[in-house]
Design a protein around this ligand. Structure first.
Ligand code: DLL
Length: 426
């Protein structure tokens, strides 16, 4: 669809969304009034920038059902964010919302020319996490034979991958790597014994190197999928086979990029925080939701010919930024330096501790399997070179420790990349 036609659909949807929020959700009624935003006067897409932002805290304050814009009896399903850092947030879905969710995830399968001949193996966690059921509805909507594996029991995953001939793998990228490594350790070559064509991986950031390694081990193409509980779950944006940015489902989500400090809307191409307004979500619509995720709108059109604009792969979150002795550091910057060393793998963990009231950052990283772990001098030399390159790239001292292969904990869900142990002064 030409983009100007799409914008007409967006405007019509947004007009309905802001009115529904104002009339049905006390929180929006109050905040719109306080900000002097009149939802009945939205005439263009630019007018949405006059509305106040919604934050995760606002959703928490209205836990559990305060953000519902429809009667409770119209809600068919709920999901919740993990709530590891506070009260969880709740997303509600009407029948219409569930259909849209399936359609959005199914786009990723369609990008890979998937359909009735495919076997969609879903090992994102099912349950309150949106990964499992989001990918599941997508697999069904795309016409695939869908296998609801959920996460865990990796040997059984491997058995099913082989025996059912799964062609599409949906899970976190770190779990996909764990499956690949486990299969290889069992003497199975996944490239030969699995029939995977494509992996639709997301829920956490992963580097280009990590992607290439996965593609090499599993013999398939990896597409990045983005989403969050507060706006729907996986499928808000998905990469096409060009692997050059994630197409936003712009007929359901209106995206803005803002300067996280000033709140000002930034032009296409500039990095900032992604802000999303839902266009036709019924149960829990959100207006200008601050995702905390850092990306940019890629200018220009995609070689695949689709007109939906693309966001760049995520560059971390405003709240994962580490402040190390006053310097702002994102884990993705550490990964960028790691990529320049062929001797090390993509498995790492950043450990933050405090010594004499000063932050100490230790990067624990596993070398590649070919690296000779018995050569103490080679280990020390490599640690020193990584340290030096980190220092010159980030202007902070980071200790580097090469650790035994397979010693960084593998996860079935999102990988834990940063361990903050600064609570105890050591
Ligand atoms: O992680 C939804 C999801 C499930 C997305 C499966 C993709 C696949 P939450 O648990 O609410 O929802 O976490 C949302 O995860 O704000 C990002 O910080 C991060 N995230 C999600 N997808 C990506 C991605 C799901 N492709 C939070 N790359 C978001 C980097 C991602 N980070």
């Amino acid at each position: 669809m030409p983009h100007d036609k799409l914008e007409e659909i967006q405007l019509e949807g947004i007009k309905k969304t802001v009115i529904s929020c104002y009339e049905n959700v006390a929180f929006y009624h109050d905040t719109f009034d306080e900000a002097g935003f009149d939802p009945y006067t939205v005439k263009s897409l630019d007018d949405i920038a006059k509305a106040p932002f919604t934050t995760k805290q606002d959703l928490r304050d209205n836990y559990p059902f305060g953000m519902f814009a429809v009667p409770r009896s119209d809600v068919r399903e709920i999901h919740m964010s993990s709530g590891t850092t506070g009260i969880a947030t709740v997303g509600g879905y009407t029948e219409h919302d569930l259909k849209i969710w399936g359609d959005c995830f199914a786009r990723g399968i369609e990008y890979a020319d998937g359909g009735e001949d495919d076997v969609c193996h879903v090992c994102y966690g099912y349950g309150l996490f949106t990964g499992g059921l989001g990918a599941h509805y997508g697999g069904v909507a795309a016409g695939c034979m869908t296998i609801p594996m959920s996460a865990g029991n990796t040997e059984r995953q491997i058995r099913v991958l082989r025996e059912m001939g799964s062609t599409i793998l949906c899970c976190t990228p770190s779990y996909a790597m764990y499956i690949a490594d486990t299969a290889i350790a069992m003497g199975i070559d996944p490239k030969k014994e699995f029939r995977l064509r494509v992996g639709i991986h997301g829920a956490e950031a992963f580097s280009d190197n990590f992607r290439r390694e996965l593609e090499k081990k599993l013999g398939y193409r990896v597409l990045d999928v983005y989403g969050l509980t507060e706006t729907m779950g996986p499928g808000v944006a998905i990469e096409c086979m060009e692997q050059n940015g994630l197409h936003l489902a712009e007929d359901h989500f209106y995206a803005e990029i803002i300067d996280p400090n000033t709140g000002e809307v930034l032009p296409d191409g500039e990095w900032g925080e992604l802000v999303i307004t839902t266009i036709d979500r019924e149960a829990t619509p959100v207006v200008r939701y601050r995702t905390r995720d850092i990306t940019r709108i890629l200018p220009g059109t995609c070689a695949c010919g689709r007109t939906h604009r693309r966001i760049d792969r995520l560059h971390g979150r405003t709240d994962d930024m580490l402040i190390i002795r006053g310097v702002n550091v994102f884990p993705s910057q550490i990964e960028d330096v790691m990529k320049t060393f062929t001797q090390i793998s993509s498995w790492y963990q950043i450990e933050l501790t405090r010594k004499n009231h000063l932050d100490v950052v230790t990067l624990k990283v596993e070398p590649n399997p070919e690296f000779n772990f018995d050569e103490v001098r080679a280990i020390e030399q490599l640690q020193r070179s990584i340290q030096a390159r980190l220092k010159s790239a980030l202007s902070v001292g980071i200790r580097v420790r090469l650790v035994e292969p397979k010693s960084i904990p593998r996860s079935e869900g999102k990988a834990v990349r940063v361990l903050d142990l600064r609570g105890d002064d050591q």
